[in-house]
Design a protein around this ligand. Structure first.
Ligand code: MN3
Length: 203
């Protein structure tokens, strides 16, 4: 049975597998502290909701749902992020399959896609994410610039790939130099996973 609460899964690779692009110390902190905090934060809100419902007590819906959207968004995006990264030794530099074709159709070339995605990631305001997503209505690929974990999200768009550009993702390795982290990200994308996410949507 599926748990009613979120769980912090182990990473699908060793903590040092993303080096030198993402250090073991950075990844441990990011996964074990920051990601864990969103899992615990979201679960605490679910517990509060469960208790209030059982007791028939009123809750501040506006504040609670705003907080839940942030905490749950944080957990879900990190889940997607860890899975769309690959050990540095195994990572390939360019996508294949239907993804390569879809990127070419939408952006003209893989290089153009990389340029647009990097620019979106570098310029996401404050803390946030860049995401590649697919619109089910048109089949078009869109880049999302997600602020925090939940702002500027398009309803129903399915996410194919995300890049975490919160400072907690890179400050040990790159200080405040986000564009250097974004550049390093391209060395550890798991294109196979991204391609499979797209395949699952179009078959
Ligand atoms: Mn993060």
């Amino acid at each position: 049975m599926v748990s009613k609460f979120y769980t912090l899964d182990d990473l699908p690779y060793a903590f040092n597998a993303l080096e030198p692009h993402m250090s073991e110390a950075q990844l441990r902190l990011h996964h074990d502290k920051h990601h864990a905090a969103y899992v615990n934060g979201a679960n605490a809100i679910f517990e509060r909701l469960d208790k209030a419902r059982q007791a028939g007590m009123d809750i501040d819906m506006k504040a609670t749902l705003k907080e839940l959207s942030f905490q749950a968004g944080g957990h879900i995006l990190h889940q997607l992020f860890w899975q769309n990264l690959a050990p540095a030794a195994k990572a390939v530099k360019e996508p294949g399959g239907v993804l390569a074709e879809a990127l070419k159709n939408e952006f003209g070339s893989f290089e153009r896609f990389k340029k647009e995605f990097s620019s979106a990631a570098a310029s996401t305001e404050g803390s946030g994410w860049a995401a590649l997503a697919r619109c089910g209505l048109t089949g078009r690929l869109l880049i999302m610039q997600i602020e925090k974990h939940n702002v500027n999200v398009y309803p129903q768009l399915r996410i194919l790939m995300v890049l975490d550009v919160w400072e907690h993702a890179y400050y040990l390795d790159y200080k405040n130099e986000r564009p250097r982290f974004v550049e390093a990200f391209w060395n550890i994308v798991n294109w196979d996973v991204v391609n499979k996410r797209l395949e699952a949507l179009i078959k």
